[in-house]
Design a protein around this ligand. Sequence first.
Ligand SMILES: Nc1ncnc2c1ncn2[C@@H]1O[C@H](COP(=O)(O)OP(=O)(O)OP(=O)(O)O)[C@@H](O)[C@H]1O
Ligand SMILES: [Mg+2]
Length: 348
Amino acid sequence: MSKIASFCNQKGGVGKTTSVINLASILGQYGKKVLVIDVDSQANATSGFGIDKPKTIESTTYQLIVDKRDPLELIRETGVSNVSLIASNFELSGAELELISQEKREFSLKEQLSKIENNYDYIFIDCPPSLGLMTINALVASRYIIIPLQCEYYALEGLGQLLHTYHLVKQKLNSELEIGGVILTMADFRTNLTQQVIEEVKSYFKEKVFKNIIPRTVKLSEAPSFGKPAVIYDPHNKGSEGYRSVGIELLERFEGIIINRKNEANGINERGHEEGLKEQAHENDKAEESGEVAQYAEPEKIENIGNSDRGDVLVKDERKEIINTEELNKGGKVYEQNADVIKEEIQQ
Ligand SMILES: Nc1ncnc2c1ncn2[C@@H]1O[C@H](COP(=O)(O)OP(=O)(O)OP(=O)(O)O)[C@@H](O)[C@H]1O
Ligand SMILES: [Mg+2]
């Protein structure tokens, strides 16, 4: 069964769509099958994958939610390995009105997704900047709500309303819903304000906050105009690296899988597992203290469980599997080739 997550914040421009398309692409590169559902009439997730916004409601989320058309007929490929999409267009803005007269109107998306959820590892729903019926449909259909928060002065403003909606949906419509994580976005580490916002959000959401924070970068903002997720368009810029790290955290959080990145693998190969991981953990602490994007590693109780023929190292601690792949940082084709290997390793 797939893990369904709504990326939700009624505030506009906080990084919902950017988070959805980049994290979906990262998980796709790690061999996960992901479906993105664009539930916003602005259709930014649709164009962010380079798909022209459909001119009519034909094969869009409108037909999924309002007309209850077979979801299998609506799914498109995105060009990103393992990532599919149900597209949106501006006419979705009329859908809320149309739905009002329907019975069980809050459950429409949930019913539709139940027909396909076994086909995907993850379904990510890109919500509009409102708490209307589309967002309620998304939350009712989801196991997780993921909240992107922009690192700015008013980051927490309006959050009360969002959490109130979350609690109401959980109480009355979907008891399984839980907060899957908070992603801090558009951080400018040079400013004290960013540091203050990070502290404030962490003191409020505690471990729900993803450790890796997405910096503000030009590449992240220009990637949509090239019709590509930034992690594909420019995998090495700090914003893409940030999303890769959050994607890795997400895999750990939702599935207990840890994927270590190239430099960690190198450290481990050269100096032995335990030492390499400890060192990386130390580097993480330092990076976190200085506010840089941290990478993730677990130092405790590590056991070597074998090497893959490609020279990757698999290690396992008591709870989790750790997979080191030497070429993970290289992007593009390498990821696609790696995806199968990683998939096999994950399944073992
Ligand atoms: N880390 C970042 N650095 C620089 N620009 C960013 C970053 N994240 C997002 N952006 C840009 O900020 C704008 C808003 O981001 P995005 O569209 O992801 O937000 P959103 O919450 O989905 O907005 P909306 O509420 O309108 O749907 C976009 O132009 C996007 O390219
Ligand atoms: Mg958006």
